[in-house]
Design a protein around this ligand. Structure first.
Ligand code: CU
Length: 332
């Protein structure tokens, strides 16, 4: 019957398994941004004080249940109850409230201090339009990936063109809603180069869970070079296959919904594809980006991301799909 006792003991440990989900590129506890750092410290402080308070309560309970008559008398004394039941909580909670307000205040001070070009992220069902401002005041439209310069606070304007979404990049900062008719500003400052993950954090309909995005923090000079490249029109097809793909793209009306700058495609219903080949993922972090992923997405997108607003093009032949894949993969 040893077996019988072992299973419940293991079962008790199960909830801790979920803690493993806290690690990695979407963890608020591994900050790579200034605001997330503040929030991380706040979290550990509140958690630490909560644990101490809990242990204190347990100690009093143990004393009240099992302590000597003298100890029990002291615990039930009017003064102990006032000190530990009123004075202490008021003191601890006021302290934590003040600290929390100061962390929030630091966030808005950072927003006020963000100089330089900003970024606008527009929530769409179920992807993100990302519009960068260049130093000379032009707008560069991109999608489904956010790039940031390390060490420069950037004011991100959060908007939506349909329902409420919420932008949350836990390693960078707090989460902020995208509300129809409003612009909410979130200022983030990446403190380390690297890739993290953002997720829509407000249920926005069918494919909400698949509305995520990679955030790529780059050293400032690399970021400037990348933005200058992103502002350029699309590269011309380099192979005969890719050129055929470009023709199929036009023939099947992909350009009614997608923009490829430098070509006739100027649709705004779906993500801008001018430099789609250079992104880390497709369809808002649903697929890793490679030539094969383009093919699968175009033909089977309703299977891959059910309910998304692009029709499946499953009538295309494998040759046509391969050509489209070569064309889109080359848009770097
Ligand atoms: Cu959502």
């Amino acid at each position: 019957m040893k077996q019988g006792t072992r299973i419940p003991a293991l079962a008790k440990l199960l909830p801790f398994g979920t803690l493993a989900g806290c690690a990695g590129m979407q963890s608020a506890l591994q900050p790579t941004g200034a605001e997330a750092s503040d929030i991380g410290t706040l979290f550990w402080t509140v958690t630490g004080i909560s644990v101490l308070t809990f242990l204190l309560v347990l100690a009093f309970m143990a004393g009240a249940l099992k302590g000597s008559p003298g100890l029990r008398r002291r615990i039930s004394d009017q003064r102990t109850i006032v000190a530990c039941g009123i004075v202490l909580p008021v003191f601890v909670l006021s302290g934590l409230l003040t600290y929390g307000l100061l962390v929030m205040e630091a966030g808005s001070t950072r927003t006020a201090s963000a100089e330089g070009p900003g970024i606008t992220i527009v929530g769409k069902r179920w992807w993100w339009r990302v519009v960068y401002e260049t130093p000379d005041g032009r707008e560069v439209v991109s999608a489904n990936e956010l790039r940031l310069p390390v060490g420069r606070p950037v004011a991100i304007r959060l908007e939506t063109e349909d329902v409420i979404h919420s932008f949350w990049a836990p390693q960078l900062g707090g989460k902020l809603d995208m509300i129809p008719g409003r612009t909410n500003v979130l200022t983030v400052e990446a403190t380390e180069a690297g890739i993290s993950r953002a997720q829509c954090a407000e249920y926005c309909g069918g494919a909400h869970a698949m509305m995520a995005m990679f955030v790529v923090a780059l050293p400032p000079d690399e970021y400037d070079a990348w933005l200058a490249a992103e502002a350029q029109p699309a590269a011309s097809p380099v192979s005969a296959l890719a050129a055929k793909g470009e023709a199929i793209f036009a023939e099947y009306g992909c350009g009614a919904c997608h923009t490829v700058r430098g070509s006739a495609a100027a649709g705004i219903v779906g993500p801008d594809l001018t430099h789609v080949g250079a992104r880390h993922s497709l369809a808002a972090a649903t697929l890793a980006n490679d030539r094969d992923a383009f093919v699968r997405w175009i033909a089977q997108n309703q299977h891959i991301k059910p309910g998304n607003l692009m029709p499946p093009f499953d009538m295309l032949t494998p040759e046509e799909l391969a050509a489209l894949g070569a064309y889109l993969d080359g848009l770097e």
